[in-house]
Ligand binder design. Structure first.
Ligand SMILES: [Zn+2]
Length: 115
């Protein structure tokens, strides 16, 4: 954990690399993926800061839209499309996903077999 804290503390000491980003963001891509720590969108795509707007949830789960029950996921997607004007939405799954595995175990067919 300490190296992460050290990097965060020195991040602001390199303003020339990120000065343009202070003016705003205009990413072309909304990248939806798992919150798994092994999945690093910028590493996978080679994107630089400002190029990807990210939505990360365990297992890429995005609940169905329901106007009477707003969610953070819906707000993130709406902001990306309506305000930022992203042109592409990428949904990126990954192998060995613990959240997906847990969801598969809860499928009704399996519960029926156990009963
Ligand atoms: Zn996962």
């Amino acid at each position: 954990m300490q190296p992460l804290i050290d990097n965060a503390r020195t991040f602001g000491q390199r303003p020339e690399k990120f000065a343009g980003l202070a003016q705003g963001q205009a990413p072309e891509v909304l990248f939806i993926t798992c919150a798994d720590s092994r999945v690093v969108p910028a590493l996978i795509t080679g994107a630089r800061p400002g190029q990807l707007f990210e939505l990360r949830t365990a297992g890429n789960i995005v609940p169905p839209y329901a106007s009477e029950h707003p969610t953070g996921e819906a707000a993130t997607i709406e902001y990306a499309v309506e305000v930022l004007g992203v042109q592409h939405i990428v949904v990126c799954g990954h192998s060995h996903c613990g959240a997906s595995r847990a969801g598969a175990r809860r499928r009704p067919e399996r519960r029926t077999r156990r009963a």
